[in-house]
Design a protein around this ligand. Structure first.
Ligand code: IMP
Length: 195
């Protein structure tokens, strides 16, 4: 199996990625390569942030690697929080603060369509290749479920039965999620050279 670094410190994402790529890739974490610094995400698009992270690992640690960045794009808010999804309620906020702010901004709003969009940047040698995964859904009016992470408890994908991501098993979420889809495109490319 090919060794490849996934440039993230997020244990949830790492677990999801290892589940999705089990038997295909040996995914190393930043901790596995002794990288403990915080890589600044300074771009104004999710694609830009993914590229910054993938390039950083290749240039400082020498490993082929991929990095992802995800945004939750809410139509009634002009695509916000988008690239600012992690820090929507402020620099030091936690997911619960972000959810509270989003629910507040959508109070009384009946148009609640949204999508999670993941960009993955793959850096092999000198080449960077981008992959995208999208899942469309609705922002619920209150939290449902306790699984998952981030905005999962208020996002119900259109392809499911009304449940939020936080009410689904990991397998159910991975099968339709933004990250699952972007990762499927990445794996297809790594195995067959097609993006
Ligand atoms: P990141 O920059 O890719 O880490 O993601 C940005 C923000 O989106 C973070 O606040 C995450 O909590 C949130 N996020 C990313 N992926 C998911 C997901 O699968 N479900 C819910 N929230 C997510």
């Amino acid at each position: 199996m090919k060794d490849i670094v996934f440039a993230t410190n997020n244990a949830h994402k790492l677990r999801e990625l290892r589940e999705i790529t089990a038997g295909v890739l040996n995914v190393l974490s930043l901790a596995d390569i002794n990288c403990h610094e915080d890589i600044a995400e300074t771009a104004d698009t999710i694609e830009g942030n993914a590229i910054i992270k993938a390039n950083y690992i290749k240039e400082h640690y020498g490993y082929d690697c991929f990095a992802d960045d995800t945004g939750l794009e809410v139509d009634a808010l002009g695509g916000e929080p988008g690239v600012r999804s992690a820090r929507y309620a402020g620099e030091d906020c936690i997911s619960e603060n972000n959810i509270d702010l989003l629910l507040h901004r959508l109070e009384g709003q009946s148009q609640r369509s949204a999508r999670f969009r993941t960009a993955i940047a793959l850096r092999i040698g000198k080449d960077v290749t981008l992959f995208e995964g999208i899942v469309n859904g609705t922002i619920l009016t209150e939290r449902h479920g306790t699984g998952g992470f981030g905005y999962d408890s208020i996002f119900a994908p259109v392809e499911a039965d009304g449940r939020s991501f936080a009410e689904m098993s990991a397998d159910e979420k991975n099968a339709i999620s933004h990250r699952g889809r972007a990762t499927a495109a990445l794996i297809n490319y790594l195995l067959h050279g097609k993006s």
